[in-house]
Design a protein around this ligand. Structure first.
Ligand code: 6PG
Length: 247
């Protein structure tokens, strides 16, 4: 039985601090697998985790870092989710490469890159599908999450754990984890901040079920926990009843 909660906080800074607390609470003292979110919202969270007081609360040698999605650019490109996470956190931890599992978005053969990444997840985590301890997710103003964009083929993938996804609205392709592996996670943590997310958050949480239009509605953990960590600006479109239900 999954458990869904929503926590509203004042602003993006408090959201990042609460997310850091959730991270260390789960990662504390044991082997721990996490799929990192891309975009801009999680950067501050990653910076916080790299410093006191959070850094010393995690045994980083036990953490396996994965990614929820990646752009089709080299790892040193300004748009790379890996680059963002590496600069904000991973490079500060000075970990062996074997703990950092990067999606090879730069590959010409994205299908092979997706298959190889799925195999790597399976090898490190085991299980079918493997269960991440924690998946960090952002949400776009169109209701997408990871690289599961409205109206795209990856939304309906129920066999593969990682796929290339053509995103016509961005005139690009992405690599992304899919619904089956995302929903098998022990904990999914959405980080949603800013007034520009208001309409999408209300549509995802309180609107009619329309996952093709609002793919974040597809995120429903089979057995784990789903926590929506949102700031006041993003939550302004939610009813008090909804907030109460998910408190
Ligand atoms: C990406 C992310 C994407 C992101 C949302 C929100 O590669 O861009 O995986 O799903 O989380 O677009 O992005 P912001 O945090 O920048 O608003």
């Amino acid at each position: 039985m999954s458990r869904v909660h929503l926590l509203e906080v004042a602003d993006a800074e408090e959201l990042s601090r609460r997310a850091a607390e959730e991270f260390v609470r789960r990662a504390h003292g044991r082997r721990f697998s996490v799929a990192l979110a891309g975009g801009s919202t999680p950067r501050r969270l990653y910076q916080l985790l790299a410093d006191a007081p959070y850094r010393e609360q995690v045994n980083w040698t036990q953490v396996e870092f994965f990614f929820g999605d990646e752009r089709t650019v080299p790892p040193d490109h300004a748009d790379s989710n890996f680059r963002m996470a590496n600069e904000a956190l991973l490079a500060q931890l000075d970990l062996p490469d074997r703990q950092i599992h990067r999606m090879a978005g730069e590959r010409d053969d994205l299908d092979a890159a997706a298959t190889e990444y799925a195999n790597e997840i399976g090898k490190v985590l085991g299980g079918t599908p493997p269960a991440f301890d924690l998946v960090l997710l952002g949400m776009g103003r169109d209701g997408h999450t990871a690289s599961l964009f409205p109206g795209t083929a990856a939304l309906s993938e129920r066999r593969r754990w990682v796929v290339p996804n053509l995103v016509p609205q961005l005139d690009t392709r992405r690599l992304t984890l899919t619904v089956p592996i995302l929903n098998h996670a022990a904990c999914l943590l959405f980080l949603v901040a800013g007034a520009e997310k208001r309409e999408a958050l209300a549509a995802v949480l309180e609107g009619p079920r329309a996952p093709e239009r609002f793919p974040s509605q597809l995120i429903r953990p089979e057995h784990g926990e789903l926590l929506w960590l949102v700031d006041r600006a993003a939550a302004a479109g939610l009813s008090e009843a909804m907030k109460e239900t998910l408190r």
